[in-house]
Design a protein. Structure first.
Length: 107
């Protein structure tokens, strides 16, 4: 399997969840030209932000995984668990649409 040079570029897309909540999603594309690894969605917790996953996303993209992290503007501690579940489901559906694979959830 060949690979491109290591890089840390990322792109951004948006997903709309319940009540038209706009969720920013950061995508760290895999550096591998051919990869059979599933994508990974990193979900930040109640007290931190997506930046907590940056190094992990870069590392896994270098290993062949498309890596994603959510950048929800509404702090999770201000949401009900059902709303968080709906948000994660919406982001997961968007990742499946982009990659064709179900992501591994980490968080």
């Amino acid at each position: 399997m060949t690979s491109r040079q290591n890089y840390t570029d990322k792109d951004t897309f948006f997903v709309f969840s319940c009540e038209s909540i706009k969720i920013e999603v950061l995508h760290y594309p895999t550096i591998k030209i051919i990869s059979n690894y599933p994508p990974i969605l990193f979900i930040h917790g109640l007290t931190n932000s997506a930046w907590a996953w940056d190094n992990f996303c870069r590392w896994f993209s270098n290993q062949g995984h498309d890596s994603f992290e959510d950048m929800d503007k509404v702090p999770k501690h201000q949401k009900k668990i059902n709303d968080i579940t709906i948000d994660v489901s919406a982001v997961t559906d968007a990742i499946i649409a982009r990659t064709g694979d179900k992501p591994i959830l980490v968080g």
